[in-house]
Design a protein around this ligand. Structure first.
Ligand code: AP5
Ligand code: ZN
Length: 211
């Protein structure tokens, strides 16, 4: 299983990639999560990424590819669900070259489609666990009551200004990526609206249809 997940900020990529990874015994690789972990540990890479993340802008391609390479290598370039990578054509070309060299090409690119109003509602109500990075939603997936409330925080890029930038960046970069994977016959569109279970079932069905 070698999958890429595309979709706007707050589409549910992380939520669903995590569930699919558990269901299929694959590895969920989120470059966003890797960057946030690097920022939390104040590593040089994290410090380099920080100003981009806090503004809601993409980090430079070389930084994103470096993180993806390390995570892919750790799992033998197989049984992965990439969430939030690639985000530019340069990253997509890098990934293709890397995987083709290893004779392990991508099998499917899932494109999660969610309208803007649902995105803003999801992101403004999202909370994350400060230490584990676990995702919650105050209404649809609230943090368990036994967790210390001080550990439940908002992401550094979930403030209105960064959300606006992230949506702008998504609009400017998504279409070329979508076309790139459409030309390769890999793109499968999935409706991301509805409950987390409904979306999960749609994704499972889409994967079955892909064989
Ligand atoms: P990243 O972490 O990838 O953020 P994003 O793309 O903005 O997406 P999100 O994580 O916000 O949303 P998601 O689709 O994962 O949704 P989630 O499941 O959390 O990247 C962050 C930043 O890192 C980027 O802006 C960029 O700066 C940088 N970066 C990362 N990768 C990069 C790269 N390759 N190149 C350059 N820069 C890079 O769900 C959202 C909320 O909705 C949650 O609260 C969840 O509980 C809830 N929810 C989920 N599904 C449902 C549902 N069906 N119904 C109701 N609520 C739901
Ligand atoms: Zn995410």
């Amino acid at each position: 299983m070698r999958i890429v997940f595309l979709g706007p900020p707050g589409a549910g990529k992380g939520t669903q990639a995590q569930r699919l990874a558990e269901a299929y015994g694959a590895h969920h690789i989120s470059t966003g999560e890797l960057i946030r972990a690097a920022m939390a540990s104040k590593s040089p890479l994290g410090e380099k990424a920080r100003p981009y993340i806090e503004e809601g802008l993409l980090v430079p391609d070389d930084l994103a590819c470096e993180l993806a390479e390390a995570a892919l290598a750790e799992h033998g370039y197989d049984r992965f669900i990439l969430d939030g990578f690639p985000r530019t054509l340069a990253q997509a070309a890098w990934l293709d070259a890397r995987l083709q060299h290893l004779h392990k090409p991508l099998q499917v690119v899932l494109n999660l489609v969610v309208p803007d109003d649902a995105i803003v509602e999801r992101l403004s109500r999202r909370r994350v666990h400060k230490l584990t990075g676990e995702n919650y939603h105050l209404d649809y997936n609230p943090p368990p009551p036994d967790i210390d409330p001080a550990l439940i925080v908002q992401r550094p890029d979930d403030h209105p200004e960064a959300i606006r930038h992230r949506l702008e960046v998504y609009r400017a970069t998504h279409e070329p990526l979508e076309q790139y994977y459409q030309r390769q016959g890999l793109l499968v569109e999935v409706n991301g609206l509805g409950s987390m279970e409904e979306v999960f079932e749609r994704l499972v069905t889409a994967l079955k249809q892909q064989g």
